[in-house]
Write a protein that binds this ligand. Structure first.
Ligand code: NAD
Length: 494
């Protein structure tokens, strides 16, 4: 049953510069709904000249407004008001989010929007708590380390959780007293505009939070290169992150925070107690958002004694999924973001089979009855670490299965040559759990659970090719501050 009629939903279209929505004529990209593949809007593309106007405008607003100079608690109050407005709009924002993304509307209303609002509140609380420190110097000196905002931060976000990703980048940067120039993904560009409108209503000064729309090559690169942008923060693929980092080196150098791809293991020992519960956790960690999650648990590594029983339970859950549009309340599996991305998933699964992998279920694209591209939850066994389904990030509902006998072998399989974003460990032996925590090279390890909670205080970020720096936690706000050292002679009058 459809919860809303997608053809009846109006979307805001344009750039958000200087506190208002602007829709200039010029190049435009067609934007499709992933649920049914229908083109529903044209996205203006900000070229270098427009990015320059937006960046200069943001820089002037940052210099001239009170945002960086006001009492930090006043800044916090504005951010909290913004969060309240976002939360109050959950039904409308959730529909906007679901319309053009892969987020099921019920989840978008009940989870994405409240999570976005709560993230903004979390960052607001840091506005007056990271001022710097007094240094331990000799008594006739006074040394201080003063935390200051950078000025203008450039932010580039992906399509998989459009609102949440924007709130993490923008919330942390604004709480620290910066202005932001954001480019959302060209595949899911619109919900951020409503966030920006609500920011103005809440009292964020015009020009402090700006959005320019467009593709990576045109708009993203122009933001990264711009001399007024003092720092970049990015979430997306490892390949794009590397390109941004190299542009930051050439056009600065300027610092960069990178939240990148993953190939996260779910490591299961045979002392686990509840295989039904565990199967649900493991399946959910790779089918949620159809596997289009940076921390998706895409590699099951399971001790041989429980492998058969666990995999059979997971297979039953996988085959019970019903693909369907984000506005269909009976659907349990949302679409892949685009037909091209679904074809990419299919190609990796084919290569995995050619390398010896056996597809136990799924392994194909269907249209879900809507005309979109849906990839059925897929289990592949018979793989080794060199198999493409194990080595490459797939970003779809594809779970590989590898078995092991002893603990050492399990730890070795859990580590990955390139990625280190997250990992799950399932065992009833606390010592073994902590040995795994020590051994696994990843930015996050979950024990006897998989996935984030609403504890924003726990930072998120990757090791190795999964990234540099953290989103969330105190560390995310600190990443938006630079530190000025002050040393005074106070021993005698001058
Ligand atoms: P992507 O790298 O293709 O695009 C991300 C953003 O970068 C988009 O806005 C795009 O327009 C822009 N971009 C592309 N080329 C650019 C360039 N040369 N210069 C500047 N900007 C450019 O990633 P995606 O397909 O949108 O998202 C999926 C990827 O994001 C996956 O790899 C996933 O693991 C990763 N991701 C990571 C996290 C995390 O927290 N680590 C969270 C979500 C997604």
């Amino acid at each position: 049953m459809p919860i809303f009629d997608p053809d009846q939903i109006q979307v805001p279209v344009g750039h958000f510069i200087g506190g208002r929505l602007q829709t200039p004529a010029g190049a435009a990209l067609e934007v499709q709904r992933p649920s049914d593949g229908k083109v529903y809007a044209a996205l203006p593309v900000a070229d270098e000249a427009l990015v320059d106007i937006a960046a200069e405008n943001a820089w002037t607003a940052w210099k001239e407004s009170d945002w960086a100079r006001c009492a930090p608690r006043d800044r916090a109050r504005v951010l909290r008001r913004w969060a309240d407005l976002v939360e109050a709009e959950a039904p409308r924002l959730g529909v906007l989010e679901a319309l053009g993304s892969t987020r099921p509307v019920r989840d978008a209303i009940a989870w994405d929007v409240p999570f976005t609002a709560e993230g903004l509140r979390f960052f607001a609380e840091y506005a007056d708590k990271l001022g710097g420190e007094v240094a331990a110097t000799r008594h006739d000196h006074l040394g201080m380390v003063i935390a200051e905002p950078y000025g203008l931060i450039g932010a580039i976000t992906p399509w998989n959780f459009p609102l949440v990703m924007v709130s993490w980048k923008v919330g942390a940067a604004l709480a620290a007293g910066n202005a932001v120039l954001l480019k959302p993904s060209e595949l899911t560009p619109f919900s951020a505009l409503r966030l920006a409108e609500l920011a103005i209503q809440a009292g964020v000064p015009a020009g402090i939070f700006n959005i320019v729309q467009g593709d990576g090559r045109t708009t993203g690169e122009a933001i990264t290169r711009h001399p007024r942008v003092s720092k970049m923060t990015f979430t997306g693929s490892t390949r794009t992150g590397a390109a941004i980092m190299s542009a930051c080196a050439l056009h600065g150098p300027k610092p960069v925070t990178l939240e990148l791809g993953g190939k996260s293991p779910q490591l299961v020992f045979d002392d686990v107690r509840d295989l039904d519960k565990l199967a649900a956790t493991i399946a959910g960690a790779i089918t949620g958002n159809a596997g289009q999650v940076c921390v998706a648990g895409s590699r099951l590594i399971v001790q041989r004694r429980v492998a058969g029983a666990l995999v059979e339970r997971i297979r039953a859950i996988f085959t019970g999924h019903r693909p369907g549009a984000t506005w269909d309340e009976d659907a349990t599996l949302p679409p892949i973001i685009s037909a091209q991305q679904a074809a990419r998933i299919a190609a990796i699964v084919e290569r995995a089979q050619a390398a010896g992998g056996r597809v136990k279920c799924g392994g194909r694209i269907v249209d879900g009855g809507y005309g979109g591209a849906y990839y059925l939850p897929t289990l592949i066994d018979g793989v080794d670490t060199a198999n493409p389904a194990v080595s490459e990030e797939i970003f779809g509902p594809v779970l590989t299965v590898q078995t092991f006998d002893d603990e050492e072998e399990g730890f070795a399989l859990a580590s990955h040559d390139s990625y280190g974003l997250a990992a799950g460990v399932h065992t009833s032996d606390v010592g073994r759990a902590m040995r795994a925590v020590r051994r696994i090279e990843a930015g996050t390890v979950w024990v006897n659970r998989y996935g984030r909670s609403a504890d924003f205080v726990i930072p998120t970020g990757g090791y190795h090719q999964s990234g540099i720096g953290k989103d969330l936690g105190r560390q995310a706000v600190e990443a938006n501050l630079r530190f000025k050292s002050v040393l005074m002679d106070i021993g005698s009058p001058q």
